[in-house]
Design a protein around this ligand. Structure first.
Ligand SMILES: [Zn+2]
Length: 216
């Protein structure tokens, strides 16, 4: 209803739909079952411009689905292919054979993490580096409060950062932490780095930053 009043959505059979507040619109919707669609220029914009699509998705997730498994939601509505990602550089097989104890990093790349990386144009929120591989830019989605046991972090946008691989490892291992004012601090030297870079549509949840700081 809000989209219709903002001129983004058409309700061709209903020139004057109810105001978008409270329960009347819900009752009106279920009574009338209106045929509706995005206006053509809005559809074109969302369909053709990945940045606009990502921002719209992030805003909707944050406003209406803050406590949902946002990655699962993106998959359910068919946004799994927000962007084709280049694969991280392959491991050096010979090196792995010589040193079987080599730590292998497995970076989860969910639909939600691709969305966040697109919002940041694959630019690290900590150092501003944008790695360019032969088949496109590369960044990693880093969960602030880790998923799964024993941390039980949430797969939501507010719990994700877009980082370069170096800062991702440093952050995951607690060598750097982020304060509530988004200052990035090197735990080993106590030095402050630049504040975390932010973009419209992606707010970092301070609760998760607190959780991460308490881990270290
Ligand atoms: Zn970085």
């Amino acid at each position: 209803m809000k989209l219709a009043h903002f001129g983004l959505w058409t309700l061709p059979d209903h020139p004057e739909p109810p105001r978008p507040s409270g329960s009347p619109p819900l009752a009106w919707m279920s009574r009338n079952q209106p045929v509706s669609d995005l206006r053509e220029w809005v559809f074109d914009l969302v369909a053709e411009d990945q940045a606009v699509r990502s921002q719209a998705s992030a805003c909707l997730l944050e406003k209406y689905f803050p406590d949902e498994d946002q990655n699962a939601l993106l998959l359910r509505v068919g946004l799994r292919d927000i962007e084709e990602e280049p694969l991280p550089p392959p491991d050096d097989v010979r090196a792995t054979e010589r040193r079987p104890a080599t730590i292998k990093r497995i970076v989860r790349d969910s639909a939600l993490s691709r969305l966040i990386k697109t919002l940041h144009d694959h630019t690290c929120q900590m150092c501003g580096v944008r790695l360019l591989l032969p088949n496109g830019p590369y960044a990693e989605g880093a969960h602030i409060r880790p998923l799964g046991n024993p941390h039980d972090g949430y797969d939501v946008a507010g719990n994700l950062l877009c980082l370069c691989p170096n800062d991702h490892v440093l952050f995951d291992q607690g060598a750097i932490i982020v304060k509530d004012d988004l200052t990035v601090v090197n735990q080993l030297t106590g030095e402050s780095r630049d504040a975390l870079r932010t973009v419209p549509g992606h707010d970092v949840d301070r609760q998760h930053l607190t959780y991460h700081r308490n881990l270290y």
